[in-house]
Design a protein around this ligand. Structure first.
Ligand SMILES: [Mn+2]
Length: 309
């Protein structure tokens, strides 16, 4: 049982995935609060150093470190579908807590619920089942993941349980205004400049079902926008009535491509990326290549077109 591993460990490292989102980091922060009660040594760790500043409102954010502690004897990973998403290589017992449909079951213990809308829902269920008292800090961290992974309660995966969990977390002290303000009302001027450029360049393919964005490096220099700011615009393209999928291809700083796919759920984004070495969810997936390979982009578009017929 994961709980006996937790009990037996003396220094637990909570690991988010590379470039963490509100779900991965919110999950880790909620668990940090929970484990503090056991008076154990706990480290909140992320391998990537460029953390989205919009996550700085999460409780314990200031505790986040990028140095893996040497005396650690247990790892818990949050929202990671595969070991490579952790960005580390350690021979330690590992509890894998996740909700990705394509989680490959790495680690010595798993708590995976592919039906959960967020990893914070998996943790919420674990806390409720184990009678853990949810304080305000835990509630806000869990709510942030729920809010973001449900796309502000707008995704097709939202159900009665989503709203029941939201209600309970608010009752426990989750700060809804804090979460929405930090996650959705702090867009930079650069992101709006990038947005303008991207919509100018967007191509509609496959009878308008696919919105296609090719982003040259130059645009990042011109606008000052970040990659995650580009993704917001790509997601926005799904609001067009005809668009069912949005594909973004970004030229990488050292060469190579980063490909991201967003869908409205009518086709499976993760299944499309799987043959190309990528992964993710039904509504979002991605893959990275070290080389510029336009054939791959063509193949992905052909596959999407076929699926959308
Ligand atoms: Mn997630």
């Amino acid at each position: 049982m994961p709980s006996s591993l937790i009990d037996a460990s003396s220094h637990i490292v909570l690991v988010t995935h590379l470039h963490p989102d509100a779900d991965s980091l919110g999950s880790a922060c909620a668990f940090y609060s929970y484990l503090l009660r056991d008076q154990k040594k706990i480290t909140l760790f992320c391998a990537s150093e460029d953390i989205d500043r919009r996550l700085a409102f999460l409780p314990w954010f200031e505790k986040l470190t990028h140095r893996f502690p040497e005396d650690a004897d247990c790892i818990i990973s949050f929202d990671c579908g595969s070991y490579s998403r952790l960005g580390i290589e350690k021979e330690l017992p590992l509890i894998n807590i996740d909700h990705h449909a394509y989680n490959n079951g790495f680690g010595t213990h798993t708590i995976i619920d592919t039906g959960a809308i967020s990893t914070t829902e998996v943790i919420y269920d674990y806390f409720v089942a184990n009678g853990v008292k949810i304080n305000g800090k835990i509630a806000t961290a869990l709510y942030a993941g729920l809010l973001d992974d449900s796309e502000c309660f707008s995704s097709s995966g939202c159900n009665a349980k989503t709203f029941a969990m939201a209600q309970h977390l608010i009752e426990c002290g989750a700060d809804h205004t804090l979460c929405t303000d930090w996650l959705y009302r702090r867009r930079s001027l650069a992101s709006f400049r990038m947005r303008g450029e991207l919509f100018k360049r967007m191509k509609l393919l496959s009878e308008g079902k696919i919105a296609f964005f090719e982003i040259p490096r130059l645009l990042f220099d011109q606008t000052g926008a970040t990659l995650s700011e580009c993704k917001e615009t790509v997601e926005e393209a799904l609001q067009m009535h005809s668009v069912q999928a949005a594909l973004m291809v970004v030229e990488q700083p050292l060469g190579g491509l980063k490909i991201s796919l967003r869908t409205d759920g009518s086709i499976d984004a993760a299944a499309i990326m799987l043959p190309f070495g990528g992964g993710g969810h039904r509504s979002r997936s991605g893959v990275e290549y070290n080389q510029n390979d336009n054939e791959i982009i063509e193949k992905i578009i052909t596959m999407m077109t076929k699926e959308l017929m």
